[in-house]
Design a protein around this ligand. Structure first.
Ligand SMILES: [Fe+2]
Ligand SMILES: [Fe+2]
Length: 133
């Protein structure tokens, strides 16, 4: 599976939020590299740490994004908030499963993280963009 690349096509026209999306993509790519090439002994611990960091960062980003949407009076805020909430719960569930010793299927996990983020930016985040991107 390839790493994700941030391109202008994923820009939402708000530099602060673009930077956050880039950072999140970097986190997914790092997890991707670790799962592919990481040392098997440390893999469980490192994966756990990365998932924990990501779960935290996801919430931080969602808060910043929701604050932005509130500031500009975006009409789809409530629906968008619910989508964030659902995803946040999913990441947390992965983390809990991982911590309770369930072996996550790397390809499934990565595909889900990657697809969710890029599709969410392209379909939902772009709707709050200041002008059509
Ligand atoms: Fe969003
Ligand atoms: Fe976003």
């Amino acid at each position: 599976m390839a790493r994700i690349e941030w391109t202008e096509e994923l820009s939402v026209g708000v530099p602060e939020l673009d930077a956050q999306h880039q950072r999140w993509i970097n986190m997914i790519n790092e997890l991707h590299d670790t799962l592919l090439h990481g040392d098997a002994d440390d893999l469980v611990e490192i994966t756990g740490r990365m998932l924990r960091n990501m779960a935290e960062y996801v919430d931080e980003h969602f808060q910043a994004e929701e604050a932005y949407m509130e500031r500009v009076g975006f009409v789809g805020l409530e629906e968008h908030r619910r989508i964030h909430q659902r995803f946040s719960e999913r990441v947390r569930r992965y983390l809990e499963e991982h911590e309770s010793g369930v072996t996550l299927l790397n390809t499934t996990l990565m595909k889900e993280l990657e697809n969710w983020l890029t599709e969410h930016i392209a379909r939902q985040d772009k709707q709050y963009a200041p002008q059509p991107q």
